[in-house]
Ligand binder design. Structure first.
Ligand SMILES: C[S@@+](CC[C@H](N)C(=O)[O-])C[C@H]1O[C@@H](n2cnc3c(N)ncnc32)[C@H](O)[C@@H]1O
Length: 381
């Protein structure tokens, strides 16, 4: 059994929930900064690449740390980095201790840390330290601390490439960040290779991430123009990432079509094993925090769409499969106004779903934005 440390991204609750959803009972411990997971599998960069909420995966070092560094260092002069989580020692002290121990063993060494700060994903990327040296993390729990070696880290350039370089972008439609999309896809627990459907696909962010993660993407949108844009983005992805991701060769970009999600779904066009991951319609773009009556108006508008959508989609979702959907909430410095719980509860009860997460537990927001997203996981009974 191997023990791994998963270092969380900025949104702790989403990171923790994503790992619980993928690794279940194998999650041994979760702190604000990291999760400890035991598994028989040898994890690799491929496991990291499908996790939107983890910035590093590190394998726990068994036995003596200094011996481990010497055995695993690639060059005569050892290049190393150390990041500390939930720490109680100054990082400068930790770094000097490691350096001195290595010197005692007669090894020349240099640490990568700048200003005695943790090593960022960007630094990991630029320095190529996983190939040239060794990156370590020191994690503290209440009574204990342990060392781990980084084996994979979040490739921020790859996320930016697919977020910013795809041919079709439109700030008015509102685009899901790829990392959040991955987290939502992981919440769906879909069987490998099964179909994931986004009935409000917009520019196709969910379709792209779905395809990259080895599922079969299906998408629709009420607007024909956006359907065309989604297909273009999907085809770009297949071209751009196809060589490194052979599973993309089986993606059929024609599985994106125009459809109003409040109307009956063309049942015959869907595979039996279907899950839904979608952002849903967030309402008109807002420049400022809406007044009470405008909040009510937007929620009523969305409820009109969503209640019909749930009654139609429930006809094609098999038992035990999930709908993972985000709903908007309004936020200012002083308050947050959430999509009404009773309406979410109503979608579930009327259509044989149970809501798996607690309300307000899975939130995503950006400092500068008036609209946040609350994620709700519906499981078909
Ligand atoms: C927030 S956007 C989705 C953005 C998408 N997740 C992305 O990242 O590109 C919501 C989409 O819902 C679509 N929409 C609104 N009402 C709809 C309906 N009744 N049926 C289907 N799509 C609808 C809009 O055209 C819009 O593209």
């Amino acid at each position: 059994m191997k023990q791994y440390i998963f270092i969380h991204g900025k949104n702790t609750s989403l990171s923790q929930a994503e790992l619980r959803s993928l690794y279940g009972d194998q999650v041994e411990l979760q702190t604000v900064d990291y999760s400890v997971i035991s598994t028989e599998q040898q994890l690799s960069q491929a496991d990291q690449d499908r996790l939107g909420g983890t910035i590093k995966i590190c394998e726990v070092v068994q036995g003596d740390l200094i011996e481990h560094i010497i055995q695993n260092s690639k060059n005569e002069k050892i290049l190393f980095g150390v990041s500390q989580y939930s720490g109680h020692k100054r990082l400068s002290v930790v770094l000097m201790e490691v350096k001195n121990e290595l010197k005692k063993e007669g090894r020349n060494c240099r640490f990568l840390n700048k200003n005695f700060a943790n090593i960022s994903s960007g630094q990991l990327n630029k320095s190529n330290i996983l190939e040239k040296g060794i990156d370590l993390v020191l994690c503290h729990t209440k009574g204990d601390s342990f060392w781990a070696q980084t084996i994979a880290f979040q490739n921020i350039d790859a996320y930016s490439h697919r977020d910013y370089d795809k041919p079709r972008r439109d700030m008015k439609v509102g685009m899901m960040p790829p990392k959040l999309t991955q987290i939502m896809i992981n919440f769906a627990h879909a069987k490998k290779g099964s179909a994931i459907y986004d009935p409000f696909c917009g520019l196709g962010t969910t379709l792209l991430e779905t395809a990259l993660m080895g599922y079969q993407p299906i998408g629709s949108d009420i607007k024909g123009r956006l359907v065309g844009n989604s297909i273009q983005n999907l085809e770009w992805m297949i071209k751009e990432f196809g060589e490194a991701n052979p599973q993309l060769s089986t993606v059929n970009s024609q599985m994106v079509f125009q459809h109003d999600a409040t109307q009956p779904f063309p049942q015959k066009s869907f595979p039996r094993n279907l899950s839904v991951v979608t952002e849903g319609y967030l309402g008109p773009p807002l420049l400022q925090f809406p007044q009470k009556d405008q909040q009510q108006e937007i929620f009523d508008l969305l409820d009109g769409i969503n209640s019909k959508f749930f009654s139609e989609i429930s006809q094609i979702i098999p038992s035990a499969n999930r709908i993972v959907m985000s709903f908007p909430y309004f936020r200012s410095k002083k308050e947050k106004v959430f999509y009404p719980e009773d309406r979410l509860q109503k979608y579930a009860e009327k259509n044989d779903f149970v809501i798996e997460n607690e309300f307000r537990s899975l939130l995503y927001e950006r400092e500068t934005q008036t609209v946040g997203r609350e994620i709700v996981i519906f499981k078909k009974s």
